[in-house]
Design a protein around this ligand. Structure first.
Ligand SMILES: [Fe+2]
Length: 280
């Protein structure tokens, strides 16, 4: 097993608070460059060429965030895909590569979205094997995100936090803690979000995500379409009290405002919440 030394995570610098790069907001993002410390890109959107990426890298630290790795899928990894990922990852010069603890395909089937893993010993073995292989291939730590899910897969033999903990222990990978996803899952599946945080391997947290969704009847939808809500800010403060947060990214994928002022306000607020916790 090729566990990366934990010092690989320790070497990741603090990059600050920023947002997901979205082409719909390109002009305003460039015009607001002084208020954005760091950008996250969706890796797959940059498979086609490097010019746009070079424009971003010239102005910001850029973290590539993939959606198609399917780290929990048994069977061969998609090496053609991974070669493209590595090219983008190397162009950014990022200190880590981020993805989701999820599957997007099962052998022979493309699911088409991020689906939760079956939290079993077998899935854990598969995931550890894949994380080791991807970290070796990319030459940098993999940092994996907790996803939101409407249905939890029945038949799990361990909770999600234990799966994360054992995966981190075995591989030395990092955690991208999506605070909004913790809030959403806690609402939809009736658990205590702070207790969930305390059960996660917080020492491995490198980055966080923030986003806002909405209620549809009695289900909270992870839409990335609204400002960050109050309980999510409170949860960020709880997390920041427990662990230093090196990178904070605001995700908005729909309902883009004419002016990105509200997005920048949330970026500013995340910086303030993290700084306030660091002073305590
Ligand atoms: Fe996220």
């Amino acid at each position: 097993m090729t566990k990366l030394a934990s010092s690989h995570l320790d070497a990741i610098p603090t990059l600050g608070s920023g947002m997901g790069y979205r082409r719909e907001l390109r002009e305003q993002i460039f015009a607001s460059r002084d208020r954005i410390d760091v950008l996250e890109i969706v890796t797959e959107q940059f498979f086609g060429g490097d010019q746009e990426l070079e424009e971003l890298v010239a102005l910001w630290p850029v973290i590539p965030h993939g959606v198609g790795l399917s780290i929990g899928t048994a069977g061969a990894l998609d090496w053609e895909y991974l070669h493209q990922v590595r090219r983008v990852s190397e162009r950014t010069g990022s200190p880590y590569y981020s993805e989701h603890l999820a599957i997007t395909r099962a052998p022979g089937i493309d699911i088409g979205h991020l689906a939760p893993l079956w939290f079993t010993e077998e899935a854990l073995r598969t995931t550890i094997h894949n994380v080791d292989a991807v970290q070796s291939f990319l030459g940098k730590p993999l940092v994996l995100e907790n996803i939101s899910y409407l249905l939890s897969v029945p038949g799990a033999t361990m909770p999600q936090d234990e799966f994360f903990g054992r995966m981190v222990e075995a591989t030395g990978c990092g955690v991208l803690l999506d605070v909004a996803n913790v809030h959403i899952n806690a609402q939809n599946h009736s658990f205590d979000p702070v207790a969930f945080l305390d059960a996660m391997p917080l020492h491995a947290v490198v980055q966080i995500h923030l986003a806002g969704g909405y209620w549809a009847d009695d289900v909270y939808i992870d839409a990335h379409s609204e400002p960050v809500n109050g309980p999510t800010w409170e949860l960020l403060s709880e997390l920041a009290d427990r662990v230093p947060i090196r990178v904070s990214i605001l995700e908005q994928d729909a309902n883009f405002p004419d002016q990105i002022t509200p997005i920048l306000a949330d970026v500013d607020r995340s910086r303030s919440v993290i700084a306030a916790a660091a002073r305590r």
